[in-house]
Design a protein around this ligand. Sequence first.
Ligand code: GLN
Length: 486
Amino acid sequence: MASIWELHQQLINKERSAVEIAQESLERINKLEPKLKSFLCLTADQALEQARRVDAKIAAGEEIGLLAGIPVAVKDNMCTRGVPTTCASKILENFVPPYESTVTQKLRDADAVIVGKTNLDQFAMGSSTETSAFQVTSNPWDIERVPGGSSGGSAAAVASGECSVALGSDTGGSIRQPASLCGVVGLKPTYGLVSRYGLVAYASSLDQIGPFGRTVEDAAILLQAIAGYDPKDSTSLNVPIPSYINSLRPNFRPKGQIRIGVIKETFEDGLDPEVKDAVTKAMELLQDLGAEIQVISCPRFRYGLATYYVIATSEASANLARFDGVKYGIRDRDAETLLDMYGTTRAKGFGEEVKRRIMLGTYALSAGYYDAYYLKAQKVRTLIKEDFERAFAQVDILTCPTSPTTAFKIGEKTNDPLSMYLSDLMTIPVNLAGLPALSLPCGFDSKGLPIGLQFIGNVLKESQLLEVGRVYQESTPWHTRTPQIN
Ligand code: GLN
């Protein structure tokens, strides 16, 4: 599927209609879904209706925006009015939201064509999309491998050309890690830049919605559409939104003015040598392009994973208390008492990983343990933030691999939660500090699997990340390769 910019040109030059573009997307989805399984639900009728509205605007000579008529997929943890929103969990199998999330409303206002809702790890808990209660999504580069997670459906859909761009959510890496494993661009915005209204909460102090695209420009266009203050989200930032698209100046070169810090600790044990090699080459190239490269130490980075699994599970245990068979989703009708009904509904509705996290979080928050675990984790979170602050006093952008490995085999890590948790070693500290970060392709390993490079920015420095990402992208061929899946 062509880029947003190309599709937009085709539309305004009347070479193709929005209906034709929507049909191309829907046909590709129908063809690939038996293998890929990236979608949980398709909204073909609504998509075609939306496309017809765009065509009518064009016919009437109205000006259309960049996202008008563009096929977009949405992770199935964002509420869409009248369209099922399951979080890939049995407990929400029958849930049809009576309201629209802010981000999807913004997509509709921009005349984007939403083609469907994508698969995810149940309640966004996982790194492979395998904890979905409904299906396992494949990586388009090798269908025996995982697409990463939790936004694996969105990443696979974009990588395979089922749609042009997609929305994901990122609590500890769920946009960047699947972007890396599927060879696409993914951006996790600054905490509060994009409204979380209508995003089913996993860990509210960490969750952020962000874009996937085949190119940095496409990710920037989608970010532009969803960023901005929302009074319906109390953590939404009320700040002016720059033009991310204009900041992608064609001749921009980071000569001397951009200082990039390579995070030393991410190059230690556990890093796949081929990933290390590709990222090292990327650093060399950036240096040739004029960036100043320094090695930076973030010594507390290594506590990120432990801190995250206390904070995220604690917040999850509170957030997921609302699924009790009363207000949303399924209800166990065989239970005899109210209390039994709560328990058996949750026992039947939640998957294993979700239960594991609710138990962990409930334990960490319980009287007597709160100070030892939750409070301590919050303190370490502050220390991690300080590491970043110190680093940003010396450099403009930080960089490291997005994921320590390329895509692993389906089933390879399902019985070993700890090894699965390690997938997010390099992405989690970013969420703990609320910072923006971009992942983009930086090569392929000897198995032909994509490798991702991560750029981490200071608060609200999305434009800078996109600029540097775009310069790197223009000097490399990685984004032009597409998986051979048909
Ligand atoms: N993989 C991490 C986890 O399992 C992060 C998930 C996410 O960002 N939603 O929690």
